[in-house]
Design a protein around this ligand. Sequence first.
Ligand SMILES: [Zn+2]
Length: 280
Amino acid sequence: MIDTHIHLYDPDFDADRDEVVARAKAAGVKAMVLASVSEKEYDAMLRTEARYPHYCFASIGLQPEELHDLEKQMQWVETGLKSRKWLAIGEVGLDYHYDNAASQKQKGESASIHDYTSVELNHRQQQEAFRQQIRWALDYDLPLLIHSRDAFQDTLRILQENKNSRLRGVMHCYSGSAEWGKEIMKCGDFYFGIGGVVTFKNAKLGSILPSLGMDRLVLETDAPYLAPTPHRGTRNESAYLTLVAQKIAEVFGTSSDEIGKITDKNACQLLGNELNSIDT
Ligand SMILES: [Zn+2]
């Protein structure tokens, strides 16, 4: 199994990172992709990558919730891209979750023009950063790790604008419908990151997996977030991918070994074969 999206450099792992990696290896996790968030976590991410060579692979990108000092941060991404080889650009994308939550709360009250404007501005900036990082993915011929939350329509529209045979990536923590999945696949070579959410009670995700297709799925934790059942609500870690693979195997009526093999092949196809060259 390959964990295609983890924040192992997060301080949540400072106390026992080596043990977390040891448990992952024991559970059959062959490699981890470290998803970047912003310049703030950059040094910690590089340190984590260096500590687990040929096991942890870093990506670079600005996550949509981190838009303060946008110009400076985009410069950081650009400089980083020139400085070395990366596995992917990400995580990048659009996140309107907190704006939507805020506007829900405001319903019934008189809408503040100021808030409305700042939400619009924030969405425009997110889109601008997303578009620029897509251009870089094409320039540098790298896959994208895409984060999209409560922003599906705009995410799809921007991918459609950039439709290209070289455009490729993972829809990380995919939560859209089967139909939207099909539209995304028309924009380039796209895969869907499946993690703990698929194990949640009442999750609809499982039922759409067959229409996405086994050959389009990759495993991910998004650890320390989104631990699968029965660990839901506690810190997530890559060893729990066995629970995710098991659930996907149930959906397809196959074994979790088979799911591990197929999702590894998909991940390597997208992110590069060095991910699979490691014998653990
Ligand atoms: Zn993430």
